[in-house]
Design a protein around this ligand. Structure first.
Ligand code: NAI
Ligand SMILES: O=C(O)C(=O)[C@H](O)COP(=O)(O)O
Length: 376
């Protein structure tokens, strides 16, 4: 069996080598003839899987993407050919939630905000939105959820409509890119909605670039009336509108989901799906492959005010400001968006670090953020 894997899938050889020949290819530059004899095709978001790529793959039995989003898969075409496919739901939910939390602490430090006085509007309350809401809850930060499809499906959490979200101090977007149907998300934040935000509100986009109309946003920026902006994703990646970057508070190259655990979990989920399809036993697990983290223990600085002490823990594992600085320095040079993503120093998740808390009142918050805790 030939298992073709995009070369950015972590641990692909380790997970799949028992089942056949693992052949690696490069995303974005892959050609149909490179993968024509594939039995299985496994990608990440940088390979668009459509008729022109796989039209001649006659043996194809399964297509998987080791990512949460799957708007790069031509699912109608796959369904039409009856080729089973799957994404990796939830693989990097913690990673994206941690990205947003790091952004919030960075903005709080910059603008002297008390996060507990802010209200966050979360648009899309799926895996990422939920992980984020749990961390906010642990921090005592008020939040609202907007997710009409989930509300209709009987999810019993309290949901609000967009007008309530638009009144929040911070708005964080976590929806898939959806083109059609009752709740499309392409340009969900169009010129009108963007213009209704004031300059003290913070808009975070770590879902898909196309959810925010980037040209309308640039027009607003040029007019000097944009909200505060944190942007991980951009329209038309990798050829993004670099003119937007100077107007952002924090900008990054679509790396919110790029923790080691998040990427490796994506491969593991595909392995589990394919095992089911091929009727093979699941013998490998993520923990077999993950290296020890560089930072595995952290001390809580109890003398600091609690928001600052928590921020220091967050920054010790992930300081978004470093990614922002690297991005800002490189992004105007052609080709650098892809370069940054390919050579990203993949970070670890909060859970890799145990925090010594003693009997601090912050223990619950630290656990809720996702760290482990020891009290001695
Ligand atoms: N920047 C990055 O590195 C990453 C980006 N993502 C993006 O974030 C998206 C969300 O990820 P997950 O939470 O894992 O997906 P998910 O599928 O668990 O949750 C998405 C939620 O959005 C809701 N939704 C759909 N249309 C909506 C609308 N018009 N208004 C409000 N809510 C709506 C859905 O009902 C669902 O509950 C992914 O589809 C992907 O595009 C995900 C992971 C990493
Ligand atoms: O999971 C998703 O959805 C994402 O956006 C991924 O984090 C993107 O990662 P790559 O496909 O670029 O490795």
């Amino acid at each position: 069996m030939k298992i073709y894997c995009e070369d950015s899938l972590l641990y692909a050889t380790e997970f799949f080598c028992d089942w056949g020949e693992v052949c690696l290819f490069s995303g974005r530059s892959v050609k149909p003839e490179d993968i024509q004899d594939a039995d299985v095709l496994l990608v990440r978001s940088t390979t668009t899987v459509n008729q022109s790529l796989i039209g001649k793959c006659e043996k194809l039995q399964f297509v998987g993407t080791g990512t949460a989003g799957f708007n790069h898969l031509g699912t109608d075409y796959l369904d039409h050919r009856r080729i089973p496919w799957s994404a990796a739901p939830g693989c990097n939910a913690q990673a994206v939630a941690e990205y947003v939390i790091s952004a919030l602490f960075a903005q709080a430090q910059k603008f002297n905000w008390q996060l507990s006085e802010k209200r966050v509007g979360i648009v899309g309350a799926g895996q990422v939105g939920t992980a984020l809401s749990q961390k906010l809850e642990a921090l005592g930060v008020d939040y609202l959820l907007c997710d009409p499809p989930l509300a209709e499906s009987g999810d019993r959490r309290a949901f609000v409509d967009m007008p309530d979200i638009m009144a929040c101090d911070i708005i964080s977007l976590h929806v898939p890119l959806i083109e059609t149907g009752p709740y499309p998300t392409r340009h969900l934040f169009d010129g009108t909605l963007l213009a209704s935000l004031d300059q003290q509100q913070l808009l975070i986009n770590a879902c898909r670039g196309e959810v925010v109309d980037n040209q309308a946003l640039l027009d607003l920026c040029r007019a000097g009336s944009q909200p505060l902006l944190v942007m991980d994703v951009w329209e038309n990646e990798p050829d993004i509108c670099a003119e937007l970057v100077p107007y952002t508070q924090l900008g990054t190259a679509h790396i919110a989901g790029h923790t080691l655990e998040g990427k490796a979990r994506g491969t593991e989920i595909l392995y589990q799906h394919l095992a089911g399809l091929l009727n093979k036993p699941v013998v490998h697990k993520l923990a077999d492959f993950l290296p020890k983290p560089d930072v595995s223990e952290l001390a809580l600085q109890r003398s600091l005010p609690s928001q600052q002490a928590l921020g220091e823990l967050v920054f010790a594992i992930y300081d978004i400001r470093r990614d922002d600085a690297d991005f800002r320095a490189r992004v105007t040079t052609p080709g650098q968006f892809e370069y940054i993503r390919k050579h990203y120093a993949i970070r670890r998740e909060f859970a890799c670090a145990a925090v010594s808390t003693g009997n601090s009142a912050m223990t619950e918050a630290i656990l809720g953020l996702g760290f482990s805790v020891y009290t001695s």
